[in-house]
Design a protein around this ligand. Structure first.
Ligand code: PGA
Length: 217
């Protein structure tokens, strides 16, 4: 099974989300059924709509881009794992944009991953390189070198594999690459048995480009 994870970041309004869904769900997914799991990670407000519109497609799952380090209570503005449970299957945790812009440290990220697990949400745990720690229980480790994010300078599959070897993952841990993945370069990662999937950001905003990535498997 390969995983294609779209990270929409802080993009789109409701009209654009509806248009994206209309275009994307027109495609015939029969050819890739059983070989790929598509995970869409929109901003929080669009999660219910995406869940509703994709429920007939069992190979499409919804994820969040983050969740709170608090389990619940008096934390105005936070979105807890408990609130998200049943709405999403996955959650991106530790994206470098959160580490840098919101000063999220290992302790916070490990707490988030623990809460995700507690509420049956699978963390997609992002690391920037071999120096970032990740929880042993995380079933998905996402390697996203900062220099490759949003720059068009994607990492070579050899480099991605080199990092994997250094990480010494457990056999249950899936290994995902993210950083300027698009319809042209996706197959170079997806065709490698050692790479379980890709996490495109910018390219997932366009339903046709996202489709190209999925169909490059
Ligand atoms: P990008 O973003 O594909 O636009 O480089 C990837 C990410 O930051 O998750």
């Amino acid at each position: 099974m390969k995983y294609v994870i779209g990270n929409w970041k802080a993009n789109k309004n409701i009209i654009e989300v509806r248009a994206w869904l209309d275009e994307f769900l027109k495609y015939d997914f029969k050819k890739v059924q059983g070989t790929v799991e598509i995970i869409i990670c929109p901003p929080f407000p669009f999660i219910p709509l995406l869940k509703e519109k994709t429920h007939k497609f069992p190979f499409i799952k919804i994820g969040s881009q983050d969740l709170s380090m608090y389990e619940g209570g008096a934390y105005t503005g936070e979105v807890s794992a408990k609130s998200l449970s049943g709405m999403i299957v996955y959650s991106i945790i530790g994206h470098s944009e959160r580490r840098v812009n919101f000063q999220e440290k290992d302790e916070t990220l490990f707490k988030k991953a623990e809460l995700a697990k507690k509420y049956n949400i699978e963390p997609l745990f992002c690391i920037r390189g071999v120096d970032d720690k990740f929880p042993q229980e995380a079933n998905f480790v996402v390697y996203e070198p900062v220099w490759a994010i949003g720059t068009g300078k994607y990492a070579s599959p050899d480099h991605v594999l080199e990092i994997k070897n250094k990480l010494k993952l457990n056999p249950h841990q899936k290994y995902i690459y993210g950083g300027s993945v698009d319809g042209k370069n996706a197959s170079s990662y997806l065709k490698k048995p050692e790479i379980d999937g890709v996490l495109p950001g910018g390219a997932s905003l366009d339903p046709h480009e996202f489709y190209k990535i999925i169909f490059s498997i």
